[in-house]
Ligand binder design. Structure first.
Ligand code: PGA
Length: 251
């Protein structure tokens, strides 16, 4: 099994100057960290500053979305090769906020995922159910649909390179974390679907991250679940001390 991935999603927070200040504070706190991969996903404009600040460290940098064309008349968009050219290595795809506010669908998630892989980026593909879907017993079918239409179009080689993040929408930014057991159950549904399509070994190697109100005080219990192979952290990744505590959940 690969190392767990502890990823931060800064959303639309921090300027380049804020980014430099964050890394100055964060770097020493994780300098000795070896048990996991650390990925930080700032806004596009901050990517060069983040890559520069992370150079020579154990941290990697990712973007928060991408467009699937390599270039062209797509005002406002940023492509995979452009992101890669900054030195970033990862990109979040299909975050629920992108689905909710910017009309992303499983079909466009798949296109973006393929474009990310073609650019040499590791996509962190997000799936997760809304509160109403959970309350009406649809969690499993929603996750299966998102896996089927958003991920299963990948071939085996492509699949081997992705990360999946399970982010129940009701837990994002709400302070309501899924319990470790609820998260692990969803992760096992996702892994089961992936096993069906890609086989035991590929599904076993897949890292599924949990996201949704991960904080320093719940990271350890979440990470204790064998099904949880990392976290995708929003709010608590903006503060160097708090994200370092999550990354170093073992100590
Ligand atoms: P949160 O966000 O940690 O602030 O709930 C998680 C995410 O949206 O990735």
């Amino acid at each position: 099994m690969h190392k767990p991935v502890m990823a931060g999603n800064w959303k639309m927070y921090k300027t380049p100057a804020d980014t430099v200040a964050f890394f100055e504070a964060f770097r020493p706190l994780v300098a000795a960290t070896r048990h996991c991969e650390i990925v930080i996903c700032p806004p596009f404009l901050d990517l060069p500053a983040a890559v520069e600040s992370a150079r020579g460290t154990n941290m990697q940098i990712g973007a928060q979305t991408l467009y699937w064309a390599k270039e062209g008349a797509f005002t406002g968009e940023v492509s995979g090769p452009m992101i890669r050219s900054t030195g970033a290595t990862h990109v979040i795809v299909g975050h629920s906020e992108r689905r909710q506010y910017f009309g992303e669908t499983d079909a466009t998630v798949l296109k973006r995922t393929i474009a990310a892989l073609e650019a040499g980026l590791t996509p962190i593909v997000c799936v997760g159910e809304h509160l109403a879907q959970r309350e009406s017993g649809q969690t499993e079918s929603v996750l299966c649909e998102q896996c089927l239409h958003g991920i299963s179009g990948l071939d085996a080689q492509q699949f081997a390179k992705i990360l999946i993040a399970y982010e129940p929408v009701w837990a994002i930014g709400t302070g309501k974390t899924a319990t470790p057991e609820i998260a692990a159950e969803a992760h096992s549904i996702i892994r089961r679907e992936m096993r069906r399509k890609y086989g035991d070994q590929a599904a076993g190697n897949l890292r599924v991250l949990y996201g949704g109100s991960v904080k320093p005080d719940n990271a350890k219990n979440l990470m204790a679940q064998g099904e949880i192979n990392g976290v995708l952290v929003g709010g608590a990744s903006l503060d160097a001390a708090s994200f370092a505590k999550i990354v170093n959940y073992q100590s």
